[in-house]
Design a protein around this ligand. Structure first.
Ligand code: CP
Length: 388
């Protein structure tokens, strides 16, 4: 029996004066916004904003903050004000940003489109100005429209952290994915070791540091260069077209020397995707892609963004579901990632999600550390002389 997902949506515009912009399926990847105004130095709108030295700085701070004594850590942003403005649902990003800000001592407030005056028609601009007037010093924004964080920054001139904008970017997800990969990466063999997660658990690292133990050889790698990931192939599988996670990773990982292979059916992976930049290619045959993979990043089909696209789910699963058999046969050493939310039984089986090659839960944990570093950076808590 054929199963289809079909969703309809209306015209899509990015309109500062519209409360919640309706969505339609875009024809191609949105261009990188050409900003007419200087960004706030604490903003993180796109991975393109980060020089590699600054990526290193964030990784280094994430590790330092992760290991910091919680009472000391809570003084870093004591009583600073952080607002989370979410126009789309979220579990991982929202909670980890909130826990990250709170663990640095900040006061946080959540404004959700479903329980605020956004529902009554208030625009993004006016919502941002209101939050600023209430004393917020930074805004963490998730929005269904690509480019919304740039507009919010222009309106408020506050440091804005992009927590996912439409089908465009999710920069902190790419940073936490990178941290997860580096936690498993062996620079000598240029490969990832799924089993390293047990030895490189942040809790273990913290207690090791507190006990004065010398850390293991490579965790965590906090200094990255243009060849840190040379020889590493990260295969991103599934709904690339609608994925901001894929876009941020496709933009970041090749700058560290990694190769990104995109894999999926043409409806979810248009040929134009290879034009993202050097180091990005397409392999339609999943098993051929798996054979090359150091890391396999599975993606959810973004049902909420399909907008009329019909997809035969049985055919999709037959071609692209990551099963235990496929993993054992074609990528027995690869690290399995997924940004979540995962749909067990669709893009991957429960056995793979819970299996020894999976670092999916670990990714979530790295998210808190990365977001502590990014919130600290947004509020300029790092002494100016140390800023890149
Ligand atoms: N990865 C991610 O963005 O998950 P959430 O939608 O739950 O935040």
């Amino acid at each position: 029996m054929l199963r289809f997902w079909t969703l309809e949506a209306g015209p899509w515009t990015l309109n500062m004066n519209a409360a919640v912009a309706p969505a339609r399926r875009p024809i191609q990847t949105p261009p990188i916004p050409d900003s007419p105004f200087p960004y706030h130095p604490g903003s993180l709108l796109s991975v393109d904003d980060l020089a590699l030295d600054e990526v290193s700085r964030i990784l280094e701070r994430a590790t330092a903050l992760d290991r910091e004594d919680p009472l000391q850590r809570a003084r870093i942003l004591a009583k600073r004000r952080v607002a989370l403005l979410f126009y789309e649902s979220s579990t991982r990003t929202r909670t980890s940003f909130e826990l990250a800000a709170k663990s640095l001592g900040a006061d946080t407030t959540l404004i959700s489109s479903l329980s605020s005056s956004i529902e009554k028609g208030e625009s993004l601009k006016d919502t941002g100005l209101t939050i600023k007037a209430l004393g917020a010093e930074t805004i963490i924004l998730r929005h269904n429209s690509s480019g919304a964080p740039w507009l919010l920054e222009e309106a408020t001139r506050l440091p804005i952290l992009n927590a996912g904008d439409g089908m465009h970017e999710h920069p902190t997800q790419a940073l936490l994915d990178l941290r997860t990969i580096l936690a498993h990466f062996d620079p000598q063999s240029r490969s990832c070791h799924p089993e390293l997660s047990k030895n490189r658990h942040p809790e273990r690292s913290r207690s090791a540091a507190q006990n004065g133990e010398v850390e293991g050889s490579a965790f965590p790698i906090v200094h990255v260069t243009a060849d840190t990931l040379a020889g590493v192939t990260v295969t991103i599988v599934g709904d690339i077209q609608h994925s901001r996670v894929a876009r941020s990773n496709m933009r970041l990982l090749p700058r560290l020397g990694g190769r990104v292979v995109l894999c999926g059916p043409p409806q979810l992976l248009p040929e134009i995707a290879t034009q993202t930049g050097p180091g990005v290619s397409i392999e339609r045959d999943f098993e051929a892609a798996l054979r090359q993979s150091t890391v396999v990043m599975m993606l959810r089909i973004q049902a909420e963004r399909l907008a009329g696209l019909q997809l035969d789910l049985d055919e999709y699963q037959a071609g692209y579901q990551l099963t235990g058999e496929r993993l054992r046969e074609f990528a027995p050493r690869a690290l399995v990632l997924h940004p979540g939310p995962i749909i067990r039984g669709l893009e991957l089986t429960a056995g793979v999600a819970d299996g020894p090659q999976s670092a999916i839960v670990e990714q979530v944990r790295h998210g808190v550390a990365i977001r502590m570093a990014v919130v600290e950076r947004a509020l300029g808590a790092i002494p100016q002389k140390d800023r890149l």
